[in-house]
Write a protein of this length. Structure first.
Length: 191
């Protein structure tokens, strides 16, 4: 290689490096967000959505879905419970294979293992939303809604055991999670 070719090559690399440094950086993609109009994140859950009320599932909405999302899994749990003296928490609601085009769930999702959109549901009470029910005599519990955006659908048949189903679902989504959003509500039964 001649010295003229070396200088020309060096100029090309220098120009490319300068262009890369001056090119505007793309803003980071906003994180997936989960919300409900029923209560502000971290606030008390209205009685309507609890075992002390109508036990209706709240409307849930999500935004900033990652590209390539094929389905969603919604997991509602009470992390303040040590079920059977283990790390296992109460399964308040597990909904899987929610279509990737969905932007939320309506208030009052009907009972039944298979929903109209093809998604499946289960809880410790059966194929239905199980509202918060922390006892009045104890502390306030943090009911947590976790939404996972997945790059696949889960091949998980219906079951009558919510705890086995949740374990199988959480195992099945490993390696397929594109995004996660969390929303919390507080509750304990009124005195």
């Amino acid at each position: 290689m001649t010295s003229r070719a070396i200088v020309f090559t060096a100029l090309i690399f220098t120009a490319a490096s300068a262009a890369a440094q001056t090119a505007p950086a793309q803003p980071p993609r906003p994180a997936m967000a989960l919300t409900t109009p029923a209560w502000p994140d971290g606030d008390p859950i209205p009685l309507k959505y609890t075992q002390a009320g109508e036990q209706v599932s709240p409307a849930l909405n999500w935004t900033n879905v990652p590209p390539g999302t094929v389905s969603f899994l919604l997991h509602m749990l009470d992390p303040d419970v040590a079920r059977n003296k283990t790390t296992e928490t109460q399964v308040h609601w597990l909904v899987w294979n929610i279509p990737g085009t969905a932007t939320g769930l309506p208030e009052g999702v009907p009972k039944g293992e298979k929903l109209a959109d093809g998604s499946m549901q289960i809880s410790a009470s059966g194929p239905v939303y199980r509202g918060p029910g922390a006892p009045a005599s104890g502390p306030v519990h943090h009911y947590t809604f976790e939404l996972y955006a997945l790059d696949t659908k889960i091949d998980l048949p219906p079951s009558t055991d919510a705890f086995e189903t949740r374990a199988a679902a959480m195992k099945a989504i490993q390696g397929h999670i594109l995004g996660k959003a969390v929303y919390v509500g507080l509750f304990k039964r009124p005195q």
